[in-house]
Write a new protein. Structure first.
Length: 262
């Protein structure tokens, strides 16, 4: 059965003995260093950081969610005791005939339990790590999903993984490499002299994150493809600011726009 959210996935990994909890690691370099260390440990656990200094104790950071064959397979319900070669065979079989299922628009969901707007927005409340010594700042967008759409009415929706840096309370930096679908969409808005609407989510269903990192054909929505893999539509709410579909069970979603260069 598909997972409804990242919390269910973490609990499933915990039942397999694959979760390592760390309390008190600092957001400045320590979380990044520990994430790297555990990524190369065999077997590599899902790492859950809690009680992060300078931040509320109930704001956590999860790392290395699907960096093992077992947990990647777990996203679509593959058996945890399967050998890596069996998991490869199962993935090949599953990917042969994926029938996309469009997302299901719902009126509400966990993502709407806490909503901030205007002057109440403060991105610095989140325990965003400064991952690496030479990073230019704190990157909240690493295991994220960046949602954009074609500017035309009814344009198809793309979900990709791009790095997002916190600059201040209500300003983020979004980097998209040339040629990527979201960048093509963004430049279409800019060519019209318009800002590009965007949603960035954090703590979404790991399967959507896995799909967002794949190179799907231009015009195919990752939301639809994810629905096909899980055998059920992804529940989404319609963003008030962007009108974009937002996964209803994501932990955090940010709506905004990328203005054209001056």
């Amino acid at each position: 059965m598909p997972f409804n959210d990242v919390r269910e996935f973490i609990e499933a990994a915990r039942e397999l003995g694959q979760v390592k909890e760390i309390h008190g690691a600092h957001w400045n370099l320590e979380i990044g260093a520990l994430t790297e260390m555990f990524a190369f440990k065999e077997p590599s656990p899902l790492v859950l950081f809690d009680q992060i200094p300078d931040h509320a104790a109930n704001f956590r950071v999860a790392a290395n969610l699907i960096n093992t064959p077992t947990r990647s397979g777990l996203t679509v319900g593959m058996p945890a005791d399967a050998a890596p070669i069996e998991l490869v065979a199962r993935w090949k079989e599953l990917l042969k005939d994926v029938k996309p299922i469009p997302p299901h628009v719902v009126a509400s969901g966990p993502i709407l339990e806490n909503v901030k707007a205007g002057a109440d927005i403060d991105m610095t409340i989140f325990p965003t790590p400064h991952w690496h010594e030479l990073d230019g700042g704190r990157y909240i967008g690493t295991a994220d999903c960046v949602i954009t759409a074609e500017p035309e009415e009814g344009g198809w929706v793309n979900v990709g993984i791009y790095r997002v840096q916190i600059h201040d309370k209500n300003t983020l930096g979004l980097y998209i490499s040339p040629g990527h679908h979201a960048r093509i969409m963004r430049e279409k808005y800019w060519d019209k002299g318009k800002s590009c609407p965007v949603v960035v989510t954090f703590g979404q269903d790991p399967l959507l994150f896995l799909v967002a990192g794949q190179s799907l054909p231009y015009g195919m929505s990752e939301l639809d493809y994810c629905g096909g893999l899980r055998g059920a539509p992804v529940d989404v709410v319609r963003g008030d600011v962007s009108s974009l579909p937002i996964p209803a069970t994501a932990e955090i979603a940010i709506e905004g726009e990328v203005p054209p260069p001056k």
